[in-house]
Design a binder for this molecule. Structure first.
Ligand SMILES: Cc1cc2nc3c(=O)[nH]c(=O)nc-3n(C[C@H](O)[C@H](O)[C@H](O)COP(=O)(O)OP(=O)(O)OC[C@H]3O[C@@H](n4cnc5c(N)ncnc54)[C@H](O)[C@@H]3O)c2cc1C
Ligand code: HEM
Length: 406
């Protein structure tokens, strides 16, 4: 909880700091990477730096945390902190790195706001930073302890033992431990970080959801290749590298699994709604349900460009057909009536944008969403209108979460 003295100062300066957070986080990263260029090449996602997404996520998170401290001082914003801490844990972030980040973040505030940053203002924002930092450090320490690792030691070598082309732009990679021991346990919906060394020598890290159930001897990730749109933006660095070089026998550095979008045990009804490559965490959940809870009521909704571009189309329908009370609703922008589509078992196939408003969903449904933000926002609005509680709607963003802090 923020001290009374600092709360007064933070309340008075939040509008000014909040209005400058975009500039503050931009300067923060510039100063951080001037001092430690290896962090940009080896830890941070340089596409998220170039397109501004990570600056926006950091600014949003700091503003949301400061606002929560003032408006709900007795509550910890666990959803916000948990999402960040899981991402940090999958990167092996350590407690000592918070001192460096804090120095540059608070330094950027002082540099940009100048004389407005009196010693009292600096002290109050230092307190906000360290409250957030200590909360994150504590959750990360718990995550590391649960994973039985010390000090962010989350990386290990895994070998690609199989590659499967799932659609023209999507390939699955089956991963096995090199020491032939069983893979570590995880919860359906979680992801791993994968690091690759690019031709310019930079090491870049990306996250990929595990797309089969836990408990197998191997893990599987499914990667969509990010193509360059009209040559205006570069093609995705890591997904292109994996598509070009990810063959059986290749060793990858992969983190232990983390992530806060996880399937709860129980018997309550579920909605799994995905679009495009957002199907991956849903596949893991469905695979798990077929083995552990085949009677659980599940409605599966998936949207894609066309049946041909829909990765794991048959696998999705096979999982659904193994569940006794499940239905599958597919929406395609094009070719919904392509020959063979009617053969997708148990599926209701539609053309156009996905809509869940016409589905029969019990109001105690727990919903899991994964896909582009506009898709998830539309589905969430429909679900709220349908009577689902906001707390029953969970989602994963395949990038910095710019939704959580809005
Ligand atoms: C929790 C989580 C789970 C995920 N699970 C999956 C999964 O199961 N499968 C999957 O395929 N992906 C998944 N992702 C996404 C994945 O982590 C990567 O983001 C994705 O593969 C793209 O990475 P990349 O290196 O190929 O592209 P990047 O190089 O990171 O580029 C990303 C985008 O930014 C654009 N860009 C790059 N540089 C610039 C610039 N200078 N200006 C403007 N735009 C630019 C690129 O054109 C591209 O469109 C997940 C992400 C998260 C966070
Ligand atoms: C209080 C301090 C911090 C805050 C508020 C913070 C906030 C954030 C947020 C909001 C994200 C995006 C999470 C998501 O939506 O997935 C993130 C990711 C990340 N953070 Fe932090 N962070 C802090 C400290 C640190 C530290 C100490 C490091 C280590 C140098 C670090 C390194 C990273 C990296 C590498 C990413 C992923 C970046 C990307 O993929 O673009 N963070 N952090």
């Amino acid at each position: 909880m923020l001290s009374t003295q600092s709360a007064t100062v933070v309340r008075a300066t939040l509008p000014a700091v909040g209005a400058s957070l975009g500039a503050i986080t931009e300067l923060f990263y510039r100063r951080l990477f001037e001092e430690r260029p290896e962090l940009l090449r080896g830890l941070f996602n340089r596409a998220n730096q170039a397109n501004g997404a990570q600056r926006e996520a950091l600014a949003g998170a700091v503003a949301a945390f400061a606002t929560a401290l003032l408006e709900r001082p007795d509550e910890r914003p666990d959803a916000l902190l948990g999402r960040i801490a899981n991402k940090h844990a999958s990167l092996g972030i350590t407690a000592d790195q918070y001192t460096l980040v804090g120095r540059h973040l608070l330094g950027a505030v002082e540099e940009l706001l100048g004389d407005a940053v009196t010693p009292a203002v600096a002290a109050a924002w230092d307190e906000v930073y360290w409250l957030m930092a200590h909360a994150l450090i504590a959750i990360e320490a718990r995550l590391y302890a649960e994973a039985c690792v010390e000090n962010g030691d989350v990386w290990h070598d895994m070998e690609i033992v199989e590659r499967v082309e799932e659609s023209p732009d999507t390939a699955s990679f089956v991963l096995s431990r090199r020491d032939a021991l069983p893979t570590e346990p995880f919860l359906p919906g979680q992801y791993v970080s994968v690091q690759v060394e690019l031709p310019d020598g930079a090491r870049q890290i990306r996250q990929y959801s595990l797309s089969t159930a836990p408990g197998h001897k191997t893990w599987r990730i499914t990667v969509k290749r990010e193509r360059s749109a009209d040559g205006r933006v570069p093609e995705g660095e890591v997904s292109s590298w994996l598509h070009a070089h990810g063959r059986p026998g290749r060793i990858l550095k992969v983190s232990l699994p983390f992530g806060d979008l996880v399937l709860p045990d129980g018997e309550g009804p579920l909605l799994l709604a995905s679009a495009g490559i957002g199907v991956t965490p849903m596949l893991s959940m469905l695979d798990h349900l077929t083995a552990t809870a085949p009677d659980r009521p599940v409605v599966v909704v998936h949207a894609d460009r066309s049946p041909a571009q829909h990765a794991h189309r048959l696998e999705l329908s096979e999982h659904v057909s193994r569940l006794r009370h499940a239905s599958l609703h597919l929406w395609y922008e094009n070719d919904a009536d392509a020959p063979g589509e009617s053969g997708t078992r148990a599926a209701h196939v539609h053309e156009g944008q996905a809509a869940v408003s016409g589905l029969t969903l019990p109001t105690n449904t727990t919903a899991f969403l994964c896909g582009p933000l506009p898709f998830m926002q539309a589905v969430r609005s429909d679900l709220l209108a349908h009577g689902l509680a906001p707390a029953a709607i969970h989602y994963e963003v395949f990038g910095p979460d710019l939704w959580l802090s809005k």
